[in-house]
Ligand binder design. Structure first.
Ligand SMILES: NC(=O)c1ccc[n+]([C@@H]2O[C@H](COP(=O)([O-])OP(=O)(O)OC[C@H]3O[C@@H](n4cnc5c(N)ncnc54)[C@H](OP(=O)(O)O)[C@@H]3O)[C@@H](O)[C@H]2O)c1
Length: 233
C-alpha cells in the first residue's frame, strides 16, 4: 500500500485529533499516540481508515523511540510526524497565583523534551523516506507573556525547529513549525474562555497545507491567530 503514514503525538484530542481527522480524509494512514490508552482507543474507533494507536509519554525517550520503531514496522513506512503533544500550567515568578512550582517540571519535560525526543526518534526514519516533521509551537513562543513559563517552553520549540531545519539541510527532510494563537480545546485556561479563539480545524488546515506542498517546498513557519486576539496574550 502506498498511502502515506502520519504519526501524531497528542493525537487523542484538540489540535492533534482535528489534524488526524483531516489527514485521514486526505488519504493518510495514521499512528496516534498520547498517554491515556482509553481515550486514544475510543477516538481511533471513529475512523474508517487504518489507525494504529500506541500509548506513550513523549517525555520518556524509551517510549517515544519505541513508538517510532513500531510505527515503521507496522506500516512499512513513515512519511510525516506531527510533534504536537503539549501541556500547560499557570505560572508566576513573583508567586502571584499560578500552579505549584512542583508541577512546572512535567510541563517543561513534555513541551521541550517531548518534541526534542520525538524529532530525535523520527528523523533517522524520515530521512530515509524524504519525510516531513511538523512541530506545534505557539504564538506565545514569539512574544512576551508576563510570568509565563509555558511561553518560554514554546520559545524553546521555536528555536528547536530552526536548529532541526538547519541540521536537516541536505537530507530532503522538511521542517515546519505551526504557531497557533488561542484555540478552542480542553487545554485553554478558564479565564480565557471568552477570548477570541481558533477552532482546532483552523490549525489542522494549516498542518495539512504544509504537508500538501511539493517535496521541494519547505514551509518553515505558520503563525495563525484568531481575529481580535490580544497580541500580548
Ligand atoms: N489550545 C491552544 O490555545 C493552543 C495554542 C497554541 C499551541 N497549543 C499547543 O497545541 C498542542 C496541543 O494542545 P491542545 O490545545 O490540542 O490540548 P489538548 O486538547 O489538551 O491535547 C493535548 C494532547 O496531548 C496529549 N499529551 C499531553 N501530555 C502528553 C505527554 N506527556 N505525552 C504524550 N501525550 C501527551 C494529550 O493526551 P494525554 O493526556 O492522554 O496524554 C492530548 O492528546 C500543545 O503543544 C499545546 O501547547 C495549544
Amino acid at each position: 500500500m502506498t498511502d502515506p503514514v502520519l504519526l501524531i503525538t497528542g493525537g487523542s484530542s484538540g489540535l492533534g485529533a482535528a489534524t488526524a481527522r483531516m489527514a485521514a480524509r486526505a488519504g493518510y494512514r495514521l499512528v496516534l499516540t498520547a498517554r491515556h490508552a482509553d481515550r486514544l482507543t475510543a477516538f481511533a474507533g471513529s475512523f474508517d481508515t487504518p489507525v494504529l494507536t500506541l500509548p506513550c509519554d513523549v517525555g520518556d525517550w524509551q517510549q517515544i523511540s519505541g513508538v517510532v520503531e513500531q510505527a515503521e514496522a507496522h506500516f512499512g513506512r513513515l512519511d510525516a510526524v506531527f510533534a504536537n503533544a503539549g501541556s500547560s500550567v499557570g505560572t508566576s515568578f513573583l508567586g502571584r497565583g499560578g500552579d505549584d512550582p512542583e508541577l512546572w517540571r512535567d510541563m517543561v519535560v513534555t513541551n521541550v523534551c517531548g518534541p526534542a525526543y520525538t524529532a530525535r526518534a523520527a528523523l533517522p526514519v524520515l530521512t530515509r523516506f524524504q519525510g516531513h516533521l511538523v512541530l506545534t509551537g505557539s504564538a506565545s513562543g514569539r512574544g512576551v507573556r508576563p510570568g509565563s513559563l509555558y511561553s518560554a517552553t514554546k520559545w524553546a520549540v521555536s528555536g528547536m525547529a530552526q536548529a532541526i531545519r538547519a541540521e536537516c539541510v541536505g537530507t530532503g527532510v522538511r521542517v515546519t513549525i505551526i504557531q497557533p494563537g488561542l484555540t478552542d480545546t480542553d487545554a485553554i485556561p478558564s479565564d480565557r474562555r471568552d477570548d477570541p479563539k481558533l477552532a482546532p480545524d483552523d490549525v489542522a488546515r494549516a498542518v495539512l497545507y504544509a504537508l500538501a506542498q511539493p517535496s521541494t517546498v519547505d514551509v518553515n513557519e505558520i503563525v495563525i491567530r484568531p481575529v481580535g486576539q490580544d497580541p500580548y496574550k
